[in-house]
Design a protein around this ligand. Sequence first.
Ligand SMILES: C[S@@+](CC[C@H](N)C(=O)[O-])C[C@H]1O[C@@H](n2cnc3c(N)ncnc32)[C@H](O)[C@@H]1O
Length: 353
Amino acid sequence: MANSSSPWSSQNDCRNNTETFCVFSSKNFAGGRGISILTTPDRVESLQQLPAFVDADALLGVNEQPSPPFEERELPGRGRGLIANKMLHRGDRIFAHTPILMLDGESFGDLEREEWLELEHTAVNNLPPTTKKMFSALYGRQVTDPVSDRIDTNAFELELDEVTYYAVFPEIARLNHDCRPNAAYFFDRQSLTHYVHAITDITPGTEITITYIDPHMPRQKRLKKLSSLWGFNCSCSLCSLHPELAHASDERLDQITAISERLEDWATAPPQMARTLISLYEQERLHAPSSSAYWYAALTSCAEGSYWDTIRYAQLAVELGVLDYGFSDESFQLMRRLAKEPEKEACWLTRLK
Ligand SMILES: C[S@@+](CC[C@H](N)C(=O)[O-])C[C@H]1O[C@@H](n2cnc3c(N)ncnc32)[C@H](O)[C@@H]1O
C-alpha cells in the first residue's frame, strides 16, 4: 500500500520468470486521472523520480481541455475519429495528456502469455473508475482478449531510459491514421506527457490525423503493415493514388532516403542538395520529417558561410522539429544557436577550409 515515499496506491501484483514484473498503480497521479505501470521494481524506482511524479508544476495545463478544437464522430469505414471544429494553424496544440497505462515491452518476451494477460487486467482494474471507463470505451480490434486488444490497437510505443514501453492515452487514441497526416506527436519524458500539434493548417470540418507508421515506407509496405497491425486497408489520399502516381511517390521516397544519406556528410555537400530534399518533402506532403531537410539546409549553408540562409533554415528546422521531437530535444540546441549567431558555430565556413 502507499507509504510516504511511494506514489503507488495499490498492492503490487507480480509475476516472474527471468525477471520480476509487477503492476504499480497510482489513483492520485495527475490530479486523480491515475496510472498503472507494468514493469520491474528497479525501473519503477527511477520512473517515480521523474518530475511527473514529484513536481506538481510539471503537469500544469496537462490533461485539461475545456473546449477541444475537435468533435468526435463516427466516420464511414474508420470507426470513430476527430474532426476539427475550428481553424488550427501549424504549431497549435491539439492534445497534452499523461498515459493511463504503461507496459514494459520486455514483459511480453519474458513472461508467459497468461501471466502478462493477468497483469494487463490488474493494471486496468486498478485505475480510478472514470479512467477505467475511458479505457473500456476504446475500440479494440478483436484478436485475443478485450483488454489486450484495446491495448494493442491504441498503444503508442515510446522509449524511457532505453526501455520500450507501450502507453495508452485514451483521448489521443481516437486519432485515425493518414500516410500524410496533418498532426504530429512526441512524448515528453520528464512530464510523461504525450503532445499532439497541428503540423500544417487544418480547416474546420477536416479530420485530424497522425501517422501510425514510418511514412517514408513505399506504398505496398505501408498497406501491408497497416493491415497486419491495425486491420484496415488504408484508403488515404496517397494510398488511393493511380498506380502511376503512386509509383512516382515511391520513387521520391527512395530519393529522399538516398539524399538524406548523402547529407549525413553535410560538410562536403552543397546547400542545393538540401534544398532539393526540402522540395521532395514538400511534394510528398511530409511536413514533420521535413525538419531534417531544413536541418541539413542550415548546416550546408553554415558550411558555405551563407549567413541569412543558415538563419532561415535553422529557424524552420526548430519550428517543425520541436513538434516532432519535443521541446527539450537536445539536438535542437545547435539549431537554436545557428538561428542566432551562425558565424560563431563550428560549421561556419568549413567548406572553404
Ligand atoms: C487507435 S484506433 C483509432 C480510433 C478508432 N477509429 C476508434 O473508433 O476508436 C485504430 C483503429 O482505427 C481504425 N483506423 C484508423 N485509421 C484508419 C484509416 N485510415 N482507415 C480505416 N480505419 C482506420 C482501425 O480500425 C484501427 O485499428
